[in-house]
Design a protein around this ligand. Structure first.
Ligand code: SAM
Length: 220
């Protein structure tokens, strides 16, 4: 089922959505453009119908094929770290439900997204189309990036990797930011990597849990 974010939602859902935004704000997210985008993109349109009542819970939810839509706080944290400006060219690895890509598009970014599972990508494409987001997508192995449109102002990886794939560093602009969870299969730290010419400066945020990034430069 596709729920258009522009459509008015029932008061109960407005209340739950406002509560989700307030919780994210209380956890330290302060970028008002991001919080506005998260209140405009209706997460109910990106979850399975049986889970509609849990769409605004601050947790990851299954989307099929053993994959998940990420926890709203995690989406907010990673997006804030990207420091996206309108018009920025952003590459996302791991389209999943399409929610993260929609938030970036709502913030005015030009979004390119890669997903390895064709079924998930097809569902996301329908969502983008119905919501009017001009998001460019392809099915493939995102661990090698997407050279055709490089370099990117920022890159976000929404699955956990054993190490940072070199092609993603290579496809970042000077001054660009890569946000990627790195760790083992159970727990990861989010690495926030800024490229300064050919040097890379890394900050880390601890204790996140993602599904694995599977591919040539990820988990086998
Ligand atoms: N960003 C998504 C959202 O907003 O719903 C959440 C993504 S889910 C946590 C991780 C996704 O990464 C899964 O859909 C999985 O199939 C995908 N994935 C894993 N390895 C990948 C790879 N090498 N290239 C592209 N996608 C990959």
């Amino acid at each position: 089922m596709i729920i258009n974010s522009k459509r008015k939602s029932a008061p109960r859902f407005n209340f739950e959505r406002d509560e989700m935004i307030e919780l994210i704000r209380q956890r330290g997210i302060s970028d008002e453009r991001l919080l506005k985008a998260m209140s405009l993109v209706d997460r109910r349109g990106f979850v399975q119908q049986a889970l509609l009542n849990r769409a605004y819970d601050d947790c990851a939810l299954p989307i099929g094929h053993s994959q998940t839509i990420s926890q709203p706080y995690t989406v907010a944290f990673m997006t804030e770290m990207l420091a996206v400006k309108p018009g920025d060219k952003v590459l996302e690895i791991g389209t999943g439900s399409g929610y993260q890509a929609a938030i970036l598009a709502e913030m005015g970014a030009r979004v390119y997204t890669v997903e390895r599972n064709m079924d998930l990508l097809n569902v996301s494409r329908k969502r983008f189309e119905s919501l009017g987001y001009q998001i460019v997508s392809k099915c493939g192995d995102g661990t090698i990036g997407w050279k055709d449109f490089a370099p990117y102002d920022s890159i976000i990886v929404t699955a956990g990797a054993p190490e940072t794939p070199q092609p993603l560093l290579d496809q970042l602009k000077d001054g660009g930011i890569l946000v990627i969870p790195i760790g083992d299969m159970d727990i990861q730290n989010i690495h926030i990597i800024r490229r300064i010419k050919n040097e890379f400066e890394t900050k880390e945020a601890h204790g996140f849990k993602f599904v694995p990034l599977i591919g040539k430069k990820g988990w086998k």
